[in-house]
Design a protein around this ligand. Structure first.
Ligand code: AMP
Ligand code: ZN
Length: 436
């Protein structure tokens, strides 16, 4: 397979030199972070009074973790490390609860971030000949603008359509013969379910690639998307606190995501004890941004669960690969004492051929006990057949789920289009148990 590079030298740098670059950049970031009250206090407590106290990236492990709560407490300007006049952009997280988090970018910060995105895009094999339909929300959310700038830098033709309006999305895909999409996996599946209704078939389109990000999805969902749309799908990971997309991206081999380690330091920790995990062991992803001055963020607890691959990649890049996000420390459901991750449910149901493109996880109480209901949409033709076939399918799904999550869920079969749809990040889990 041909392996394209944006910056081959950096992307294939030997690990010792990469570590040298990380150390240099970390020193720089620490000197900026010391200008903010929060990090000034925390770094001093860790015995780091100036960048000269950093000899190696390992010195960073003396510092306490940064949490979302730290960012919220410092809203809106507490973590700003430069003069406001040097800031050219602000982004804010999509946080659904309470105070948002805010990140400021200088011109150089945007430049560095854009470069990582161009690198990510080129790693997938996309080129300036591609027509790029950016279906992520534009605005304070980083997904839209981030990839927009990266794609322009690569020289793609960008269609800045943003999220939503399915009918128009499909029309635009056809009119401009879009080759590459940037989209959430749930919206991708929804778009597919509407093609027929819009009188459009895959042969009317020129789709080749999809960059899928912003929400957890299983390998089986990726396979389903690749099969239904006849495209290659590339996992794209990032979060606004660390710039947004472009933290980690899949290369042409599509075997998990290279973390751009000249831009980020990645650690995997035990979410309970905070201890560092070995390569290959699953834990919470902790990230330090090495390329942003406006709002320095060190050792940020992402709450995302994943592991680092110990071995390299066939493409020759030396930047380590992060597994897909296997869940979040905070999306774990505890059902009658058993821990259940929505990702376990998704992985199972997306493998079942009769299951269509949407599902929902519903939790409530029946008497004293928790009750887990999995609602799945199935293909319409199945509703036309024998009722006993439907019942057999329902039992099959239930058994499949039980084998993975241990508890016995209620399974409901729904017609396509009957469950709520999202055009951005999907909200798959509805927990209606009383809160106390
Ligand atoms: P935001 O800060 O609004 O961009 O949200 C970032 C969060 O979205 C991350 O911490 C992840 O939980 C989730 N996310 C982003 N990209 C992915 C991905 N490729 N796979 C799974 N989850 C993702
Ligand atoms: Zn690779």
């Amino acid at each position: 397979m041909e392996v394209p590079f944006w910056n081959k030298e950096i992307e294939t740098l030997d690990r010792a030199r990469l570590r040298g670059i990380q150390t240099e950049r970390l020193k720089q970031i620490i000197s900026w972070a010391l200008k903010t009250p929060l990090y000034n206090k925390r770094l001093n407590q860790a015995g780091i009074h100036s960048e000269n106290d950093i000899k190696d990236i390992e010195d960073l492990t003396r510092l306490a973790f940064t949490t979302k709560d730290d960012l919220r407490k410092n809203f809106p300007r507490g973590l700003l490390a430069v003069d406001m006049k040097d800031i050219i952009r602000v982004h804010s997280s999509s946080g659904t609860t309470g105070i948002p988090t805010v990140i400021y970018f200088t011109g150089d910060d945007i430049e560095n971030w854009t470069d990582l995105l161009a690198r990510s895009i080129v790693a997938t094999g996309a080129t300036s000949e591609d027509i790029f339909q950016n279906m992520m929300t534009y605005g304070l959310f980083t997904g839209g603008l981030g990839l927009h700038y990266g794609a322009e830098r690569v020289g793609m033709m960008v269609i800045p359509i943003g999220g939503g309006n399915t009918k128009r999305q499909i029309q635009v895909m056809k009119d401009f013969q879009t080759t590459t999409l940037h989209i959430t996996p749930s919206y991708m599946l929804h778009i597919h379910s509407k093609l027929e209704q819009e009188g459009v078939s895959l042969s009317d389109l020129s789709l080749r690639k999809g960059f899928l990000g912003a929400e957890p999805h299983s390998e089986n969902t990726r396979l389903k998307i690749e099969e239904l749309l006849n495209i290659h799908a590339y996992n794209s990971y990032g979060l606004s606190e660390l710039n947004g997309p472009g933290v980690a991206f899949e290369c042409v081999y599509r075997k998990d995501m290279h973390v751009w380690e000249d831009g980020y330091i990645v650690e995997i920790i035990d979410p309970v004890t905070g201890e560092l995990k070995e390569e290959g062991e699953q834990g919470e992803v902790v990230l330090t941004n090495l390329i942003r001055r406006g709002t320095p963020i060190l050792r940020y607890r992402t709450r995302d669960l994943a592991f680092l691959h110990p071995e390299g990649c066939e493409c020759g890049r030396t930047h380590r690969r992060l597994s897909r996000i296997l869940g979040r420390t905070d999306d774990m459901l505890i059902i009658n004492g058993v821990n259940v991750f929505p990702s376990q449910i998704e992985e199972k149901i997306m493998k079942i051929p009769e299951v269509a493109t949407n599902y929902q996880i519903y939790v409530d109480k029946k008497g004293q006990l928790d009750r887990l209901t999995v609602r799945v949409e199935i293909y319409p033709k199945l509703f036309l057949g024998d009722v006993s076939n439907l019942e057999a399918l329902r039992v099959k799904i239930k058994e499949e789920l039980k084998s993975s999550i241990v508890i016995n869920p209620v399974v409901e079969l729904h017609e396509p289009g009957s469950l709520p749809v999202s055009e951005g990040k999907a909200k798959r889990v509805l927990d209606e148990r009383p809160k106390d």
